[in-house]
Design a protein around this ligand. Structure first.
Ligand code: UTP
Length: 293
């Protein structure tokens, strides 16, 4: 039985160029889905699996991330004076849900580089990586399944989503050997293959569980696509040296750094809300029937 995973790293230092101009002066991880910033969903997902220590990799212009997870005494004071005790409790919960640390990447030299910045903080134990702009539906259970697999096998686990048709050409694609259930062993990774050449329909998604060995591999990883140090290249190298598992799943993931998926995630999450869901559903139905008539 491998060590339990208590630490997570959330890379959030990217520039968010797909979401300009809103990301010119604010981090994409702070974009709201209904009333919560994207990164809060990610932190809550990590915390729900028992992770207690979270390192966020940030960069210039990302201070609002730190403020969001900090205590705000002034706000709490005013909320208390206004008798808004539910809101006070919620503000405190956000600030206290985990030990959250921050480190700057310096310059955005790629996701692999962002993860390597965490080496000293992570130390000798295993850790999870959750991308700050990838939202998982709470019911998907992807990270929990991956952590269970790591704890049973001691080997790294990567989330792989089954994507339809040509979509695979937008992602890192895994060549795999099926194991039991939804678990596969990764034999190779191909970055953004043409659909006809893709070895599978399994795309690498923003959840990973690694042993500390990934840092040695990252140190050897040369800049790849776009001159950046790619995490996918490091995982490919790792898979040549030791077993790396893939946790396959189908639904419940949104890349909120992509405008269309951001809107889809917003609609999904809004429809599920008890407070606004029923009225929002009514609005959507009426709105869409106007297009049909
Ligand atoms: P993306 O490629 O989605 O992020 O990286 P980006 O570069 O911000 O986005 P676009 O393409 O310009 O719109 C995936 C994740 O890796 C982080 C990002 O913050 C995101 O969570 N990342 C990427 C870093 O932390 N550092 C980097 O150098 C690159």
């Amino acid at each position: 039985m491998a060590q339990r995973v208590h630490k997570a790293v959330i890379p959030a230092a990217g520039l968010g160029t797909r979401f300009l101009p809103v990301t010119k002066a604010q981090p994409k991880e702070m974009l709201p889905l209904v009333d919560k910033p994207a990164i809060q969903y990610v932190v809550e997902e990590a915390v729900s699996t028992g992770i207690t220590d979270i390192l966020v990799i940030t960069g210039r212009g990302k201070r609002s991330l730190e403020d969001h997870f900090d205590r705000s005494f002034e706000l709490e004071y005013y909320l208390e004076q206004a008798g808004k005790s539910t809101e006070v409790a919620e503000m405190r919960r956000i600030a206290e849900m985990a030990n959250i640390h921050y480190l700057r990447q310096g310059e955005p030299r790629g996701l692999g580089h962002a993860v390597s910045v965490a080496a000293e903080h992570v130390g000798e134990g295993p850790f999870a990586v959750l991308l700050g702009d990838d939202i998982m539906h709470p019911d998907a259970g992807v990270l929990q399944g991956m952590l269970n697999t790591f704890e049973q096998t001691g080997h790294s686990v990567v989330a792989l989503k089954e994507v339809p048709g040509d979509d695979i050409s937008s992602y890192g694609c895994a060549a795999v050997r099926p194991l039991e259930g939804n678990l596969v062993q990764i034999e190779d990774l191909v970055e953004k293959p043409a659909a006809a050449e893709a070895p599978s329909n399994l795309a690498v998604m923003g959840r990973y569980v690694f042993g500390p060995g990934i840092f040695d591999v990252l140190a050897e990883t040369k800049p790849g696509r776009g001159g950046e140090i790619q995490l996918t290249d490091a995982i490919k190298m790792l898979a040549q040296r030791e077993p790396v598992y893939g946790w396959t799943f189908q639904n419940g993931r949104f890349d909120v750094g992509n405008k269309l998926e951001y809107l889809q995630a917003t609609v999904e999450l809004a429809l599920e809300r008890e407070d606004i869901g029923p009225r929002f559903r009514k609005f959507l139905v009426e709105r869409l029937s106007r297009d049909d008539s």
